[in-house]
Design a protein around this ligand. Structure first.
Ligand code: SF4
Length: 348
């Protein structure tokens, strides 16, 4: 293994351009974790920049959705159920945990059924956030049939759509993508075809082991050397070209593309999923008539820039001083998938 990795790093050095910078973006918190934890950046040639992008679901969840979730948890007749990472995300009115409402942590959507069964007199609201990897299990939960006392508050985002926004933003200047392994298992490698085809950006689907990520980086650099832009998949054991058709069907049975709000960024057309009209009766936004709440940015927090690949965590003046995983000021410091949290724990 050690020899294989050393050989890959040597070949990356041989192949990397000497006369221009190459900015390779990952869009997955687990990729960023592997890159940072393994010290991969320090092993790269000077011309290669490995930049984290929008790979942390907690970081991009709109403040409006979280404030609404907090307010629901404060109702006497309601229990909010959501993932552990969401509980500590700071907002203008505190976090779900600090607000002292009725909430329960779940690690998978089906746990909501147990909460509903044990609390038949309560409304149970499942706060479902994230990218395709969490939308699909939420759709599967709905397909199982929700008890009458369960509704779903969604804040679901789409990965290919935000990547297209980044490609069009000259301030970001992405040269290549390492496409996310987990999301690709749902949407399929073909979902990223648009990047080489329409925008001339080499894109390689990768898994989470350092060796696999290094291979993806090498494939990208070989394409650049040969003047090509193609879609490649070095995570074939898990990711099929067409993805998980059943999961895709379920997602689009209950949800449809919509303009959604990204924290610190604002509304991006067709960049997320909302319930189809016929499911208003299980859509917590409709059932509880939830308002749109204006975002209040955390002074000094540049999480929005970090998520868009326009800044690194260490460029934030609050990083590691007033903002730490124990006392997060912005969303990127909360989740183990947030770039600030990862860089704080492992260095860059
Ligand atoms: Fe925001 Fe904290 Fe990251 Fe700064 S270090 S960008 S305040 S999350």
């Amino acid at each position: 293994m050690k020899e294989k990795i050393e050989k890959l790093i040597k070949t990356i050095h041989d192949v990397a351009p000497k006369d221009r910078k190459v900015k390779i973006m990952n869009v997955c918190g687990s990729h960023e974790h592997t890159i940072t934890y393994s010290g991969m950046r320090s092993l790269m040639p000077e011309t290669i920049e490995l930049v984290p992008g929008p790979g942390c679901p907690v970081c991009v969840c709109s403040e409006s959705d979280i404030v609404n979730a907090i307010n629901l948890s404060k109702r006497e007749d309601t229990i909010l159920a959501t993932y552990g990472d969401m509980l500590r995300v700071p907002t203008q009115i505190g976090s779900i945990r600090s607000s002292g409402g009725n909430y329960k942590m779940v690690s998978a959507p089906h746990e909501v059924l147990k909460i509903a069964k044990e609390n038949p007199e309560k409304n149970v609201v499942f706060f479902s956030i994230g990218f395709e990897t969490t939308t699909a299990p939420t759709a599967a939960l709905i397909e199982m049939g929700l008890p009458k006392n369960v509704t779903v508050l969604t804040s679901q985002k789409l990965t290919p759509e935000i990547m297209e926004v980044l490609v069009k933003d000259s301030e970001v200047g992405v040269d290549a993508f390492v496409a996310p392994g987990h999301v690709s298992a749902i949407v399929g490698a073909d979902a990223w075809k648009i990047f080489p085809k329409k925008y001339g950006i080499p894109t390689v689907v990768a898994g989470f082991e350092p060796e696999n990520l290094l291979l993806a980086i090498l494939k990208i650099l070989l394409q650049i050397k040969e003047g090509k832009a193609e879609l490649e998949n070095v995570y074939r054991g898990v990711v099929k070209q067409e993805g998980n058709k059943k999961a895709q069907e379920l997602m689009y049975k209950y949800f449809e593309k919509a303009d959604v709000n990204w924290r610190g960024i604002g509304y991006i057309p067709k960049s997320g999923l909302e319930f189809r009209k016929e499911y208003d009766h299980i859509n917590a936004k409709k059932v509880f008539n939830l308002p749109e709440i204006e975002e209040k940015k955390v002074a000094g927090c540049i999480c929005d820039k970090i998520v868009l690949g326009k800044a690194y965590p260490t460029e934030c003046k609050l990083f590691g001083k007033v903002c730490t995983p124990r006392s997060p000021k912005g969303p990127c410091m909360v989740s183990l998938e947030g770039a600030c949290n990862i860089w704080y724990r492992f260095g860059k």
